[in-house]
Design a protein around this ligand. Structure first.
Ligand SMILES: [Zn+2]
Length: 392
């Protein structure tokens, strides 16, 4: 969701800035580029690229390394262009990372949280973790020197407010952006964790190279993030993709949202562990259930298959509507691999239209880092590197 720069259309200054933005956009994708490659990627003339690169280097935004032979010098985004941070709150963890503006993580840390964590104490913990990471960087910087911070929360986020009845009680109706900006002393962008997982898998993970993809985060809750035409689609209120609360059976089990027979009540990690209550020790985690299934435990295999079939059923509705190129499965449950995914594919084939029934369902590439990487990318993409041109 890059912010757009207001421009006076057609003015020389706006055209110059637009061309600079094109070069920067190519560099934000990461890595070193030759000027010839930048010209191809941006459609600008080589001489124009050369002028822009020189100007951006003077602003300290890009780094030019002279090369040898025909390949010439290489250009990359400079570290002096600034750093961003990502914070990912889960139901039971918080992860914090520092990254450069290409989204490459420089340092990261993950800590457990109580399931009922309150927003203020959790933000205080994240602030401490962030300060530790910043102090350990090769060239330490202060928190208020970060360009922006992206933050993921495991609940619907309408605008900047966490909308959750029973989903994330410690954050209910909290203006997460305002609370985080006060704690961090820095500009913060907030979004739902599944949406940020979708952004990360689309840009840097399993869905890279596609134009539209769906990411499903399957753990304590079930949420989806939707990328359409390379942009995150988050709906009119920012809450698109609440797949977990799709009704499969209106006389089904009660859901924590207050509804009945929601998809989540059939395929969350809690549901799988409830089904296996007589087969596994009381303190068993979803990883123990995965291990049991892999070692041939029939009940564990059945629990994952049932969860996957229900998920495939719900997903069929989403795939019929959106026709994504790929569905990426993340969250704790995705560690079950094909034990779960084969059943999801089967459920999808059974309930989706023929034209989309073979849509690939693949395991996440970024794993438990997906929402964290998405939070970093959100902050990096929202960071404006050039001042808007002054009206001429
Ligand atoms: Zn529900």
């Amino acid at each position: 969701m890059p912010t757009t720069t207001p421009r006076a259309p057609g003015s020389t200054a706006s055209l110059g800035t637009a061309n600079q933005e094109r070069v920067l956009a190519a560099l934000r994708g990461g890595g070193a580029h030759t000027q010839a490659a930048l010209a191809r990627q941006t459609g600008l003339a080589p001489a124009t690229v050369s002028n822009i690169v020189r100007g951006l280097a003077e602003l300290g935004l890009v780094e030019v390394r002279s090369g040898s032979g025909r390949r010439g010098s290489s250009v990359r985004l400079a570290r002096s262009a600034g750093l961003v941070a990502g914070v990912d709150f889960g139901h039971r963890h918080v992860s914090v990372a520092i990254a450069d503006l290409t989204g490459d993580l420089l340092a990261q840390v993950r800590r457990p949280l109580a399931a009922t964590h309150a927003h203020d104490s959790s933000l205080a913990l994240a602030t401490g973790l962030l300060d530790d990471l910043l102090a350990d960087l090769g060239q330490p910087i202060a928190r208020d020197q970060l360009r922006r911070i992206g933050m993921a929360v495991p609940a619907p986020v309408a605008g900047t407010v966490v909308r959750s009845a029973g989903i994330l009680p410690g954050w209910r109706e909290v203006d997460a952006r305002a609370a985080a900006e006060e704690a961090f002393g820095c500009t913060v962008d907030v979004a739902n964790d599944a949406n940020l997982g979708a952004l990360a898998e689309h840009r840097r993970g399993r869905a890279r190279g596609t134009r539209s993809s769906v990411f499903v985060k399957l753990s304590s809750g079930v949420g989806a993030g939707i990328m359409v035409h390379d942009e995150l689609f988050d709906g009119a209120h920012g809450t698109a993709g609440e797949l977990g609360h799709l009704t499969l059976d209106e006389s089904g089990p009660l859901c924590r949202c207050g509804g009945r027979g929601c998809l989540e009540t059939y395929c969350s990690a809690e549901n799988v562990l409830d089904l296996l209550a007589d087969h596994l020790p009381a303190e068993a985690t979803i990883d123990d259930a995965v291990a049991a299934g892999r070692s041939g435990d029939v009940a564990a295999r059945r629990a994952f298959e049932d969860a996957g079939l229900h998920l495939g059923w719900g997903l069929a509705g989403l795939v019929n509507l959106l026709d994504p190129e790929v569905v990426v499965m993340g969250g704790d449950m995705a560690r079950a691999g094909d034990l779960l995914l084969d059943a999801v594919r089967q459920g999808l084939r059974r309930h989706a239209l023929d034209a989309v029934a073979q849509t690939p369902v693949l395991a996440s590439e970024l794993g438990e880092r997906a929402s964290l990487v998405g939070a970093v990318l959100l902050a990096a993409e929202n960071t404006q590197l050039l001042d808007a041109p002054r009206p001429s």
